[in-house]
Design a protein around this ligand. Structure first.
Ligand SMILES: *Cc1c(COP(=O)(O)O)cnc(C)c1O
Length: 398
């Protein structure tokens, strides 16, 4: 192992007494981020004013940082851009795929996919009003459901709820044999495990930067377009910054070369500044080490919980090859149990209807904390101290 996880841990600001098992939902604050954002505000925005678009290189940030993310997901240089939210990027990618398969009408996905992906695809099918169908099958049935009616497979590599992981390479190959395109949602993959988009032959991919990439709440999404589609992909949202010459202010749209055409409007500079500093954390980090360590931590947690919390049922696949970096357990009182855990400093989250979800991110999490989290969970269950009215009251965000 070449990655020094003691060193990476020192790069994060995690409150004293907190065991953070929710980097899969919102990564913690890297220590270098506040100063970088302050610099973007005071030295760049404050002093350079509008000239900072050129002088501070703001306009190039989406592709510059896109390339740095590209290294973490096996993307070729120049194939990744940043902007908007993942929901918007799903819309653009799926719509570009449908445009590239005009004779086909089916978007294939699975029932474990994240709701926004499903809603966006259904909304797109309705908008096109051309008879497109969103076909939803069980995760285990995706492979068999890929046939010549499919225009695009729209899959999230790691299931946000169960942590189940699809075989990206095999399913992409299968889609291609059937003449379909493959879009991958990497929300729970980028920064969590090794991804090889180029090696897998993915056509499009997208993900967020506020989960395992630690760029903060509201940080923009990334979008990958395979080089073979870069000059033909239709961006669907034809914004001025995806135009070949935005400052020519032409009345008609012409797509920018390559993935840059997937830009829509003005980049979120302050969030990109946060992302820039957050990406420094990955210097010297080997994704294979992150994967090995995260599986070790998750295995340790699963073993402890199964030994001392018999009422919790593991819903994450036991086989490491079939899961991402989270472990999820079902319990009918999952919501209240999670609130009690959070009140005692162990932060995971709850996903309806009954899932307690824990993420294992070795950049800032060690084995001792995993052991303590399992012990606190066991104690909460044993004493029943989760059963308080305030722990049952549902907050707006779970
Ligand atoms: C977190 C997540 C999203 C979130 O989309 P936003 O537009 O960033 O809110 C979408 N898809 C998946 C699979 C996710 O896990």
């Amino acid at each position: 192992m070449r990655t020094d996880f003691t060193a990476t841990r020192a790069l994060f600001d995690i409150p004293e007494g907190v065991i953070y098992l929710d980097g899969n939902s919102l990564g913690p604050l890297p220590r270098a981020v506040p100063a970088r954002v302050a610099k973007a505000m005071t030295a760049e925005w404050g002093q350079m004013l509008i000239t900072a678009w050129n002088r501070a290189g703001w306009m190039g940030l989406p592709e510059r940082l896109g390339d740095r993310i590209g290294r973490l997901i096996g993307a070729e240089p120049g194939t990744v851009t940043l902007g908007d939210t993942l929901s918007i990027k799903v819309f653009q990618a799926v719509s570009a795929a449908l445009a590239a398969r005009p004779e086909r009408r089916v978007i294939l996905t699975d029932s474990g996919n994240f709701p926004t992906d499903l809603y966006i695809a259904q909304g797109l099918a309705d908008l096109l009003a051309a008879g497109h169908e969103l076909r939803i099958v069980a995760p285990e049935e995706v492979e068999a459901a890929i046939d010549e009616s499919i225009a695009v497979t729209m899959l999230t590599e790691v299931d946000y709820r169960t942590g189940r992981k699809h075989d990206m390479k095999a399913l992409t190959a299968r889609a291609h044999v059937a003449g379909a395109l493959a879009f991958w949602d990497l929300a729970h993959s980028a920064g969590a495990l090794p991804v090889d988009l180029a090696g897998a032959g993915a056509d499009f991919a997208a993900g967020c930067t506020y989960k395992y990439l630690n760029a903060g709440p509201g940080a923009p999404a990334f979008l990958y377009v395979a080089p073979r589609h870069a000059e033909t992909a239709r961006p669907a949202l034809c914004g001025w910054l995806g135009h070949e010459a935005p400052f020519a202010f032409e009345p008609g749209y012409r797509p920018a070369p390559g993935t840059q055409r997937m830009r829509v409007g003005t980049p979120p500079v302050l969030q990109l500044a946060a992302l820039e500093a957050a990406l420094d954390v990955w210097e010297g980090v080997e994704m294979a080490d992150v994967r090995a360590q995260s599986l070790m931590l998750a295995d340790r947690f699963i073993a402890a919980v199964e030994a001392i919390c018999p009422d919790l049922r593991l819903v994450t696949p036991r086989d490491p090859a079939q899961r991402g970096s989270q472990a999820s357990f079902a319990h009918p009182q999952g919501y209240a149990i999670m609130q009690a855990l959070i009140a005692e400093g162990v932060i995971g989250d709850f996903r309806a209807p009954d899932i307690l979800r824990f993420g294992f991110t070795p950049l800032y999490l060690g084995a001792d904390e995993v052991d303590r989290a399992a012990a606190i969970l066991a104690d909460i269950l044993k004493t029943g101290r989760w059963d308080r009215p305030d722990f049952h009251a549902r907050a707006r965000v779970t």
